[in-house]
Design a protein around this ligand. Structure first.
Ligand code: LLP
Length: 463
């Protein structure tokens, strides 16, 4: 079933164009556990399986393209985050990565809280049964209606993102006869990119209130004066798909610095600090993410150390992982439609989805891997680009990948690590219908978000 490597064979050396791809993997049929969900494996016939069900059966029953989510893996990852922080911290799953009512139920059962950032996510969270006090409401421009709904529902915290919002939330809460618990989101002057962070002199972005120039301190001053809100902490989110903990270190240092200033000026020790999400996952074998327990240990140590230095009682920590919980738990299954070898360049493999179900490659130049899923093959590796069916040449799912040279229309291919920011950022571009999300567990598969239909599309088009 496996074959030996053919890394520098003349066939590639002669035809490989300029690019950043690596050599073909030693075994094209192998599954790197780093990028695949826990229960994904190949059965005796070499067919990819998840939760004990093979993808040929899944494709027959649910069609392609489709996202298949390993429920056991999701729950295990959620639990790992929960137990890593123990009782001393709160884990808020960032719903923007992927949210559905089934997911809300799993989170509730596994003891996680939920971060939502729009009225739609709030509605899904409440409808899925998440207790309101375990919901945090985010966003840089929440509407009055959204704020009202969140306060009425009794969300545990609203994360305030601007001076206007401080007044707006306080006003709405007063009107409703409530005292809303809030955090203030600050920008700490650390800008985190995929694999590195760059310390910036000024905070040139739309989120949060800058620490620089005393703006965050002024926001705290105002928040403490308003009786519609109760300021419970400071929030910082430095970016996404981060591997390097040093950005968090700088953020914790600066946030604790603000807590100290607040204590010195107001005699108040705020009880909470939220360090946001952003922890990276493996999209390809080259990525080496940290485990939740390592992250928990590092963050707890940083905050404790900084607080001891500032003679502050260590506040309760919260974190907001999205990608790191759901990203690795799902893969997208596509059917190959056409295979177009371009001499001296690469082979274009067109699948039945594309940028409407995974915009990340086009938008962020994201890297993914791909395998032939419906069978194994001993054919020579060929440099391929997996592209979608949309009318746009940037419609790329996997930029550079080696696939077996006998790949043919009708084969199924699977792209791992598509659980986060793929379905949640899916679109109807070209009026392509958004794929379903199917949860698989212990030999059972269940649609948790159904496939869109033409009726769905036409229902919005009122003629
Ligand atoms: N908390 C806050 C306040 C956030 O803004 C985000 C992500 C998270 C938590 C969760 O971050 P995570 O752990 O999932 O990295 N669409 C992009 C990612 C955008 C993230 C936006 N905020 C992508 O596909 O890479």
């Amino acid at each position: 079933m496996s074959r030996s490597a053919h890394p520098a064979g003349p066939r590639h050396a002669d035809v490989l164009p300029e690019g950043h791809y690596s050599a073909p993997p030693a075994d094209l049929n192998a599954l790197d556990p780093k990028v695949w969900a826990e229960t994904v494996t190949r059965d005796a016939d070499g067919v990819l399986t998840v939760g004990g069900i093979d993808v040929k059966r899944l494709a027959e029953e649910f069609g392609t393209p489709a996202y298949f989510l390993d429920e056991r893996d999701f729950r295990a990852r959620a639990r790992a985050w929960r137990t890593a922080f123990g009782g001393d911290a709160d884990v808020f799953y960032a719903g923007k990565a992927f949210l559905s009512r089934a997911v809300v139920r799993w989170l509730d059962e596994e003891g996680l809280n939920l971060d939502v950032c729009s009225g739609g996510e709030l509605a899904t969270a409440l409808s899925g049964g998440m207790p309101a006090e375990r919901i945090a409401f985010h966003g840089n421009n929440k509407s009055v209606a959204e704020i009202r709904r969140a306060v009425e529902a009794g969300v545990g915290r609203i994360v305030l993102d601007s001076f206007q919002e401080i007044v707006r939330v306080a006003h709405i809460a007063r009107e409703l006869g409530r005292r809303q618990r809030v955090q203030i989101r600050v920008t700490v002057g650390v800008e985190a990119h995929t694999h590195e962070f760059i310390a910036t002199a000024h905070e040139d972005q739309k989120f949060g209130i800058p620490l620089a120039g005393g703006q965050a301190a002024e926001a705290v001053r105002r928040a403490l004066q308003l009786d519609g809100i109760e300021l419970i902490g400071i929030h910082s989110h430095i970016g996404s798909q981060i591997f390097d903990m040093s950005g968090f270190e700088v953020a914790a240092h600066r946030v604790v610095g603000l807590l100290r200033e607040i204590r010195d000026e107001h005699g108040v020790e705020l009880p909470e600090i939220d360090l946001g999400g952003g922890l990276g996952i493996a999209y390809t074998s080259g990525d080496d993410p940290r485990e939740p327990h390592e992250i928990a240990k590092a963050l707890t140590e940083i905050v404790t150390r900084e607080c001891e230095a500032a003679r502050l009682t260590t506040p309760r920590i919260s974190v907001e992982p999205g990608r790191a919980v759901v990203g690795p738990t799902a893969f997208t299954l596509y059917e190959v439609g056409t295979v177009k070898p371009l001499e001296g360049l690469r082979t274009y493999v067109s699948v039945d989805g594309g940028m409407s179900d995974n915009i990340r490659t086009a938008l962020y130049d994201a890297e993914y891997s791909v395998v032939l899923a419906s069978r194994v093959s001993d054919a020579e590796p060929v440099l391929c680009r997996v592209v979608g069916k949309h009318c746009e040449s940037g419609d790329i799912v996997v930029k550079d990948a080696f696939l077996p040279g006998d790949l043919a229309p009708g084969d199924l291919v699977a792209v791992p690590a598509t659980g986060a920011y793929c379905r949640s950022m899916a679109s109807n571009y070209n009026h392509v219908l958004r794929p379903p999300v199917v949860a698989v567990r212990d030999g059972e598969a269940r649609v948790i978000v159904r496939r869109e239909t033409e009726e769905d599309l036409l229902r919005l088009d009122v003629g």
